[in-house]
Design a protein around this ligand. Structure first.
Ligand code: SF4
Length: 298
């Protein structure tokens, strides 16, 4: 065991849990002044960003973190020209992104995926890596594979056991083309998700929402969806599904260009919870549920 791990274990044993939590909370709220200055100068570097192409999916996971199966119909897939314009607008106000994850719903159902990949490929000097996150149930079309190869785009497969053979086939085909694949096998029956909340769930209104946010594992999954930036990939869709009012501070609207650099810089640095966090269990104390448990087909 490394020295750091031994120290961590000893500290955990001797300090009360609540004190440790407070320390972590304060630590997560600290902001580096350099980071703030660079962000306001348009030099922010985003660690991870999700681009959501739409909520259409061929699975119906009851505990989908993004609430995809409960989505309004018009969230199925977003117009490609608007998505390209949003990406373009964002890159005018930041320096780069380390990792982009293209996500749905199921991204291989998105009819303009190839066009989006080629467009993102044009920003390769400002993006370290791009991945598509798929449930592994759909074989990508030839033109998509070509675009992935051309633009050095990888694939992340979550194999929930629902279409296990297909997931293996997708992996084999991609790897044969030289596409980098990360394969996550969720054996049905023992892999668990967080139950962040279904539409008819109730949530604890008295809980400290700021703490729920700062202890949530997903608060750093900055997400671009339908022209807006959110701290996580649940918030945009959730506000329609759960029918709550958002506040202006919850997101940045990339289609309202006035003082956009300032708004992006503020959002990335002076981070705070969103109204969506009030209607979500977060990940810290959320109950666990079977991963990708399916609802009846409609
Ligand atoms: S607690 Fe907030 S940040 Fe975490 S998943 Fe829920 S809405 Fe997103």
């Amino acid at each position: 065991m490394r020295l750091g791990q031994i120290l961590k274990k000893s500290i955990k044993r001797f300090l009360p849990e609540s004190f440790l939590e407070s320390l972590i909370y304060v630590r997560r709220r600290l902001i580096s002044p350099v980071r703030i200055i660079e962000a306001y100068r348009g030099n922010a570097i985003i660690d991870v960003m999700v681009i959501c192409v739409g909520q259409r999916c061929n699975f119906r996971c009851r505990d989908c973190g993004n609430m995809a199966p409960y989505s309004p119909k018009n969230h199925g897939s977003y117009p490609i020209e608007e998505m390209k314009e949003d990406v373009n607008m964002l890159f005018q106000h930041i320096r780069g992104i380390k990792s982009i994850q293209i996500q749905g719903g199921e991204p291989f159902l998105y009819e303009h995926l190839g066009e989006l990949l080629d467009y993102l490929g044009g920003y390769s000097a400002f993006i370290d890596n791009i991945y598509i996150a798929s449930n592994g149930s759909i074989l990508p079309k030839e033109e998509i594979l070509e675009s992935m190869v051309r633009n050095h785009i990888g694939l992340r497969i979550s194999d929930y056991g629902i279409s296990h053979e297909k997931a293996k086939e997708v992996r084999r085909i991609c790897e044969k083309q030289g596409i980098h694949v990360r394969y996550y096998e969720f054996a049905e029956g023992d892999a668990m998700w967080y139950r962040m909340g279904r539409p008819d769930d109730t949530y604890s209104p008295d809980e400290n929402i700021s703490k729920r946010f700062f202890f949530c594992a997903y608060r750093t999954c900055l997400t671009l969806e339908n022209g807006r930036l959110y701290h996580c990939s649940r918030a945009y869709n959730a506000h329609y599904v759960q029918n709550f009012a958002e506040k202006k501070k919850d997101y940045v609207d990339l289609r309202q260009t006035k003082e956009l650099r300032k708004k992006i810089a503020h959002y990335l640095t002076f981070t705070t919870y969103m109204e969506a966090c009030r209607y979500c269990n977060g990940s810290h104390h959320a109950p666990r549920e079977l991963a990708a448990a399916q609802m009846e087909k409609q």
